[in-house]
Design a protein around this ligand. Structure first.
Ligand SMILES: *[C@@H]1O[C@H](CO)[C@@H](O)[C@H](O)[C@H]1NC(C)=O
Ligand SMILES: *[C@@H]1O[C@H](CO)[C@@H](O)[C@H](O)[C@H]1NC(C)=O
Length: 146
């Protein structure tokens, strides 16, 4: 009985996973890890009507007072802008200013709308510095399901 409850709970809440990513041109930082929550296995499945947390740990190589999130879904090779609040400092996605030589934790989430088609795609996630250069940029494959 207890075992069934535990399994049911895990199915509802899922696990966080440190995923394999492709760096797509990080300039102002070096990514240490990318974590997706929930994600049971790669590619991560994003379920309709849920929030998916993203955690990025990176080593900052430069100072920046501003940081801006830019997200694209790459569908059939075409990058489609994905609306997310851009201002990382105002949204407390990371601590501002970012200081060179420190390790920085960036947290954010995306809502998987029930309107999204059930497809596989690549998510391209960038955070840009004062000069519009990438503090970090990574790509992870995902699929969307009910
Ligand atoms: C997703 O997160 C936002 C902000 O924290 C919250 O308002 C919303 O209720 C969440 N939605 C779900 C389905 O958990
Ligand atoms: C970055 O900021 C720190 C702390 O404010 C400062 O000591 C350092 O000189 C700055 N480095 C550069 C490259 O601007």
């Amino acid at each position: 009985m207890i075992k069934i409850i535990i399994i049911a709970t895990l199915c509802v809440f899922g696990y966080a996973k440190t995923v394999t990513f492709k760096d797509c041109g990080s300039v102002g930082g070096t990514i240490n890890s990318v974590t997706v929550d929930p994600c049971d296995a790669e590619p991560c499945v994003l379920h309709h009507g849920t929030n998916i947390s993203m955690g990025i740990n990176f080593a900052a190589k430069e100072n920046t007072t501003t940081a801006k999130t830019v997200v694209h879904g790459i569908i059939g090779g075409v990058p489609v802008p994905f609306p997310v609040p851009a201002d990382c400092c105002a949204n407390h996605n990371l601590e501002c200013p970012v200081v060179a030589g420190t390790t920085v934790q960036y947290n954010n989430y995306v809502y998987c709308s029930p309107d999204y088609p059930k497809i596989r795609l690549a998510v391209k996630w960038e955070v840009q510095d004062d000069n519009g250069k990438d503090l970090f940029c990574f790509i992870v494959p995902v699929s969307i399901a009910d």
